[in-house]
Design a protein around this ligand. Structure first.
Ligand code: NI
Length: 204
């Protein structure tokens, strides 16, 4: 049930970026405001300090000198997040040496349920190189803002099979950040493993 909305947002983002070098993002604090235009892909991303596996604090500067492939999602996601993480995992393997220079980072948009342990258990299925990051609600909100991530809770009327009784509607974008921490490129979650592999070989 989240597939349609999840798929739409990166599409809008890419169209907007192609049209005028602009990125769309939606603020969730002001429901009446709708979409806000923010200029320049250079403004996407920025330094963060969050909580990693084992509860240790992890900063974006810890990865300086390596590439980061960052994806925002949540471990309870029924469909898009696990599919996207599997695509990342496959592409990083296939990209060989380039793939080994990239740290895949999964930042939760659902910090209330995604504790460090929940995240690290979840990410084991995708490979030992994945780093799961969580934090306080405010910390996660601040990082979402930096990366122009759209994420809102959606109460489930029909909560069958979904622990916790809510899902998250969220944008699905993969951010490739360079060794300097700046945005290199970004991709829709619908990118194929082969295309992502080619991108990694080309840009890393
Ligand atoms: Ni998801």
């Amino acid at each position: 049930m989240f597939r349609t909305k999840e798929a739409l947002i990166p599409y809008l983002l890419l169209v907007a970026a192609a049209a005028g070098g602009l990125l769309w993002y939606q603020t969730n604090q002001q429901p009446g405001l709708g979409r806000v235009v923010s200029t320049g892909t250079a403004q996407v991303g920025g330094p963060f300090t969050l909580t990693g596996p084992d509860g240790k604090r992890v900063s974006s500067s810890d990865f300086r000198g390596r590439y980061m492939l960052i994806y925002f999602g949540y471990s309870f996601c029924p469909d898009v997040c696990p599919t996207t993480l599997a695509v990342m995992s496959e592409a990083l393997d296939k990209a060989g040496p380039a793939g080994r220079r990239v740290v895949p980072i999964f930042i939760t948009i659902d910090p209330e349920r995604d504790t460090p342990k929940v995240l690290s258990d979840y990410l084991k299925a995708f490979g030992p190189q994945f780093v799961g990051l969580t934090g306080s609600v405010d910390e996660i909100k601040a990082v979402e803002k930096l990366y122009r991530v759209y994420a809102v809770k959606e109460p489930l009327d029909n909560a069958k099979g979904m622990a916790g009784g809510y899902g998250m509607n969220h944008s699905n974008v993969l951010y490739l950040m360079g060794p300097d921490g700046k945005l290199v490129s970004y991709y829709s979650e619908s990118i194929s493993p082969d295309d992502l592999t080619k991108e990694l070989r080309k840009r890393v």
